[in-house]
Design a protein around this ligand. Structure first.
Ligand code: GDP
Ligand code: MG
Length: 699
């Protein structure tokens, strides 16, 4: 006597159902359509020993029996309708060993319908590499089922499935969960009303709006049990899901172990080290250290070259073209201004070279993941790390990047603190001040100057995190969002992609920041070259009568600085001098501070303009910005740029909100002037206090 066994293959999408189906049926299969809908229906035949035939149905992938799509309805309708000609004698639930927990939810639901079930745990070939081990006999006992451990890829375990199907009559139909535990009142009432029906099946009929093949609807008057509101039913469904996961967790706690230290594939190995609780941070720290050291060592050569080139170009212009206002504008305003932009190209290019290599290689996602552990504690989202790291380029794209933080409070905090991170506009200021006041020695092979730069980056990041913490405490709302990050696989960075990023970022800097720097350089030159009243216009005769004994060269110097002091810009600088004196700055630095409220990077250009205007010294060595700043002295002969005033300036620039464009973008993103104003005032106060404390302590 030959009998046909109906087998349904059920499982979450991508667990390998179709692969199992192919392994069981080989070429004995056909693809049709479910009546009325365009969902593929795959059927096939599997020959078992003793002339038994199994009719195999490959059902569409489904996550649970709480249907939400057409595909899933197909599965539920079949399982709830005993009269369907395909109604399974045995359900084969296919799971992926790597996602067993999630996959078992559906298994427990089908089991509770009391359909004889076989559990196929597929992808067994991956267990070794992932360090997964399973106690199969224990798992079979806990789930009241029979298990086939299968790898369709290696064609292993297929015979086990066949044997289990053949013996389907010996399968237990003991359920996993007692449905009355979901909500005793409701389910006991249901049981009383329909004593001949299965409670869990009833529950599914009530909650699903699918067609159960007329029969059940006519047989049952379930309307009384649908009186509960839809949201109430949803709540019960959620309760059911939670109960099921509790059950699954308890089961897997005993029978499944994942020893990630045994995982053997390269990616898991790398992930384990790079996102390690301790080593992950240590490695990230050393990578940053290496990057900053490299920027220092490699960028100084082209930078010195550019610096010298523009200095001699300005010299040549002055000496070749006819003397006059235009030549001065060209040499002292325009060429100096362009030089002030071009000189930072090497540094910015190197920084973005490294950032884009980190991104392309897949390491950056690990950093985001790593930093999420810290960020959480400070009212920031893990996603805040992306804006904060992009902030090292420029606060403007960084503020825009906060858009993918769903939680408004976390997003606002991120926007408010992002300008603390060290953007590339601060880099020029940092570099020149560091070169001036930090000694050149090395510590363990690392230069003091590189270390200082790195400290400034850490300081900016630390301040951002610290103020986020304060803001989180000040702003009341409690809600936290969840953090999900896609971990791409590691790959060798594509040279082309890296190249494009470096080129684009550098171009943006030159065009966007460069525009402002150049424009302001020219405006500054004008403001510095003209002034109101006697003192400016008759500077020459005034200086000559006051200092009758000076040599020509010294006289020229004196006149130039006298003019600058009484130019328009000198007046502004002098006006604010009393306020900035306690920070260790004179009125010339004051001018730099004022102009850099437009954009920080203008500071260096400003000083370059001021000093090249202020010193008519023709000595070749004296012509670079750096040496001019180094030679700058107060009226009492003391150096202007000392360790104390230098650190004070560095701190001021680290904390102050000196960027009109960022304020504009914050206004746009928060839709009010309130937040950018809070940012401007708050950050300026912090900067002033930090600079004041630093100077008063160090002087
Ligand atoms: P379905 O969506 O459940 O029908 O799953 P498929 O049969 O289409 O398989 C999904 C993916 O898993 C495919 O890329 C298969 O190559 C892969 N796959 C299936 N079985 C195995 C297995 O035993 N081992 C491994 N490593 N991969 C498998
Ligand atoms: Mg499939």
């Amino acid at each position: 006597m030959s009998k046909q066994i109906n087998v349904a293959l059920i499982g979450n999408p991508n667990t390998g159902k179709t692969s199992v189906f192919n392994a069981l049926t080989g070429l004995n299969q056909k693809v049709g359509n479910y009546p009325g809908i365009t969902v593929d229906k795959k059927e096939g035949v599997c020959k078992l020993p003793r002339g038994v035939k199994a009719h195999i149905l490959d059902l569409p992938g489904t996550y649970s029996l709480n249907a939400s799509s057409l595909d899933e309805n197909v599965v539920i309708e079949l399982l709830l309708n005993k009269n369907d000609k395909d109604y399974p004698d045995v359900a084969v639930i296919v799971t992926d060993v790597e996602h067993l927990k999630r996959n078992l939810l559906l298994f427990t639901q089908i089991k509770d319908l009391k359909i004889p079930s076989i559990l196929v745990i597929n992808m067994a070939d991956r267990m070794d590499r992932k360090g997964i081990s399973l106690n199969i006999p224990l798992l079979e006992k806990q789930l009241h089922t029979k298990i086939a451990l299968v790898s369709t890829r290696k064609n292993e375990g297929i015979q086990d499935i066949k044997d289990l199907i053949q013996d389907y009559k010996s399968l237990s139909t003991t359920p996993c969960l007692d449905p009355t535990t979901i909500e005793p009142d409701y389910f006991k009432r249901l049981d009383k009303a329909f004593p001949n029906q299965d409670v869990y099946k009833l529950w599914l009929v009530i909650t699903q709006d699918v067609n159960f093949g007329k029969v059940s609807r006519q047989e049952l008057d379930i309307s009384a049990f649908k009186t509960k509101s839809a949201s109430e039913l949803k709540r019960l469904q959620q309760k059911e899901t939670i109960k099921r996961y509790q059950f699954i967790n308890n089961v897997l706690k005993e029978s499944l172990t994942i020893d990630s230290s045994k995982a053997k594939d390269l990616r898991s190995k790398l992930d384990r080290i790079l996102t390690h609780k301790v080593w992950g941070y240590v490695i990230f720290f050393f990578i940053l250290l290496a990057i900053f050291q490299a920027i220092y060592d490699w960028a100084t050569i082209p930078m010195d070259f550019i610096d010298a080139t523009f200095a001699s170009l300005a010299d040549w212009t002055k000496n070749t073209l006819p003397k006059g206002a235009f030549t001065n504008l060209l040499a002292e305003g325009i060429i100096a201004g362009i030089g002030g932009v071009v000189i930072f190209i090497p540094q910015i290019a190197f920084l973005f070279l490294f950032i884009s290599i980190l991104e392309e290689s897949g390491y950056m996602s690990r950093v985001v993941f790593l930093m999420d552990r810290i960020m959480r504690r400070f009212g920031l989202s893990g996603k805040s790390v992306v804006p904060l790291i992009s902030g090292t380029a420029c606060a403007i794209p960084a503020v825009m990047a906060t858009r993918n933080i769903e939680n408004w409070k976390e997003r606002l905090i991120t926007i408010l603190v992002t300008p603390f991170t060290t953007c590339s506009a601060r880099l020029p200021v940092y570099l020149i001040i560091i070169a001036l006041v930090i000694p050149e020695g090395r510590f363990l092979g690392l230069s003091y100057q590189a270390l200082t730069l790195m400290l400034l980056y850490i300081l900016g990041f630390g301040m951002a995190v610290f103020s986020a913490y304060i803001l989180d405490k000040v702003m009341k709302t409690k809600r936290k969002s969840f953090f999900v990050v896609e971990m791409p696989s590691y790959k060798i960075p594509l040279l082309k992609n890296v190249g494009i990023t470096v080129f684009e970022k550098t171009k943006t800097f030159v065009l966007e920041a460069g525009k402002i720097i150049l424009a302001i350089s020219i405006v500054l030159w004008v403001l510095a070259s003209y002034g109101p009243g006697e003192q400016f216009n008759n500077a020459e005769s005034i200086v000559k009568t006051e200092n009758p004994t000076l040599s020509d060269l010294e006289l020229e110097d004196k006149i130039a600085s006298h003019k600058l002091e009484h130019s328009y810009i000198g007046i502004v600088g002098k006006t604010i001098e009393p306020a900035i004196k306690p920070l260790g700055y004179d009125w010339k630095i004051g001018i730099g501070l004022v102009t850099s409220f437009a954009a920080r990077e203008v500071f260096v250009g400003t000083l370059a303009t001021i000093y090249s205007v202020g010193s008519a010294n023709d000595n070749e060595d004296e012509d670079t910005i750096k040496s001019k700043m180094a030679a700058e002295v107060h009226s009492n002969g003391a150096k202007v740029f000392t360790l104390a005033s230098g650190i004070s300036l560095l701190l001021f620039y680290a904390f102050a909100m000196q960027c009109m464009s960022t304020l504009a973008i914050v206004k746009r993103e928060t839709k009010s002037w309130k937040w950018p104003m809070i940012q401007l005032v708050g950050m300026s106060i912090i900067a002033y206090i930090a600079a004041l404390i630093a100077f008063q302590f160090l002087k």
